[in-house]
Structure formats: C-alpha cells, structure tokens
Design a protein around this ligand. Sequence first.
Ligand SMILES: NC(=O)c1ccc[n+]([C@@H]2O[C@H](COP(=O)([O-])OP(=O)(O)OC[C@H]3O[C@@H](n4cnc5c(N)ncnc54)[C@H](O)[C@@H]3O)[C@@H](O)[C@H]2O)c1
Length: 259
Amino acid sequence: MNFNGLFNLENKVVFITGGGRGIGQSMATGFMECGANVSICDQNTEGVNETKSILKEKFGDKKKFEGLEVDVRNQNEIRNAIQITENNIGPIDIAINCAGIANANPAETLSKDQWQNMFDINLSGLFYSCQEEAKAMITRKKGSIINIASMSGSIVNRGLKQVHYNSSKAGVIHLTKSLAMEWVDYGIRVNSISPGYTKTPMNLRPEMVDQVKIFENETPMKRMASPDEIVGPAIFLATDASSFCTGIDLVVDGGFVCW
Ligand SMILES: NC(=O)c1ccc[n+]([C@@H]2O[C@H](COP(=O)([O-])OP(=O)(O)OC[C@H]3O[C@@H](n4cnc5c(N)ncnc54)[C@H](O)[C@@H]3O)[C@@H](O)[C@H]2O)c1
C-alpha cells in the first residue's frame, strides 16, 4: 500500500450539488486546492456565479471547473449537469451532495407544502442526485458518493421545532446506508457526513443571532464549525484513505452528540 498517496485527489473530478454557498462552496475550494477538478451546481444563479469567480480568482487556468444552474428537484437538470461535467472536465470520480434547506415551524401547524418542500429538496432531490451520479459511475465500477446529512438526523435539536428537517436528514442517513449496500458490487462507496452547527448563511440570518449564541454554548467545543472544517472529513471519505468505509455516517459536531 502506498500510504503516501492515501489522500490523493490530483486530477480527480468532483461533482458538488449546492455548491453556490456554505458547505458546498467550501468543498469546491478545498477539493480544488488539493488538486481536484470541480463541477458545482446550485439552483441559485448568484451563488453559481460567486463560486465560479472565487475558483477563477484562486486557480485561474491551472485547474478545470464548471458552474451550472440546477434544481435538484429536477432529475433531468441533474443528468444534464453530469453530462456537461463529463464532456468538459472528465468522468466523475467523487460526488458530494450538499444542496439542502432548513426552516422551523411547530409540528401542529406545519403546512403540508412546507413538509413536502423539505422532503422534495432534502431527500428526493438528494436521491435523484445519487441516482444520476451512480449511473455515471456504475459503468466504470468505481466512485465515492458523499451525502451531507446532519446531526439532526440522529438527535433532536433542543428548542428547534423542525420535525420535517430532522426527519428528512434521518432519511438521508438511512438512504445512504441502503444505497451503499445496493451499489457495493459496483465499486461505489456511499457515505454521509452529519455536521453539527456550522457557520454558513443557513445559520447567519439576522433572526438567528440569539440562536447562534445558544448553538455555540451547547456545543462542547463552545463554537460552531467553520464550513471549511467539513472539507477534511469529506476528503477522507472521497479518497483511498477510506477504501473500506461504506454506509457510514461520519458525525462532525464538536462533540455535540456526546452530551
Ligand atoms: N449549516 C449547518 O449548521 C448545517 C448543519 C448540518 C447539516 N447541514 C446541511 O449541509 C448542507 C449545506 O448547508 P449549508 O449550511 O451550506 O446551507 P446554505 O444554505 O448555506 O447552502 C445550501 C445551498 O443549497 C442550495 N440549494 C437549496 N435548494 C436547492 C435545490 N433545490 N437545488 C439546488 N440547490 C439548492 C442553496 O441555493 C445553497 O446554495 C445542507 O444539506 C444542510 O442541511 C448544515
């Protein structure tokens, strides 16, 4: 075994959903800095453009990258984005599914639309993404898919009334295990990462100021994660360093779920 190359990402092709900001944007920058070529997609045009200009500024023409507008609720759009990525950059080796939403509402008054929209994006959209990514990888009999779940998929956040979010993330964790088993013979590994509270635009809305202080206080490390701190665990799951890991949920939470 070449231990030296365990984390090698040189010229790997990485497809990232929800890459327009937050954790997905950090993934794009982090993986490119480690030698990969990256294709990001997001439903938000401004986000796509912002990530593209960050990557252009940082890497110029040294690496290949793509930024595409995709709503993960639309499977055709995901399929097209993967096709464009493979034509322009190369066959995808790694996929990181970050696209997701969060909001809160007491269960007894949660509307059917709010429930449905959460599941359409966080669970169905993620499944469509996995399906299209796997179809591309199956022919080559290799690949690593990483789904961004949440610690809210295994614990209930004290004070946050978000039964729809929590259940969608529990779904992501079990969907990941199920797909890992379905695709194990194709050489595709499927794992999830469950971040704890992370400093992204999702948590930095003005109405969250007091909430963020509670998040920091309740986390044993007494702070939230920077989105960049989710990149290292993803590099582990993306590379040969985790060649015997499939179907796992890697919790990255500053110790939160220990308490
Ligand atoms: N921030 C946290 O504390 C935290 C904690 C645990 C898990 N997560 C999860 O991490 C992932 C990334 O979250 P983040 O904190 O970076 O949030 P974010 O809101 O900063 O970024 C999410 C991105 O997903 C995109 N997106 C939303 N709906 C989409 C759709 N239908 N199609 C395509 N793109 C879409 C958004 O436009 C946005 O760019 C999410 O799945 C989130 O649930 C976040």
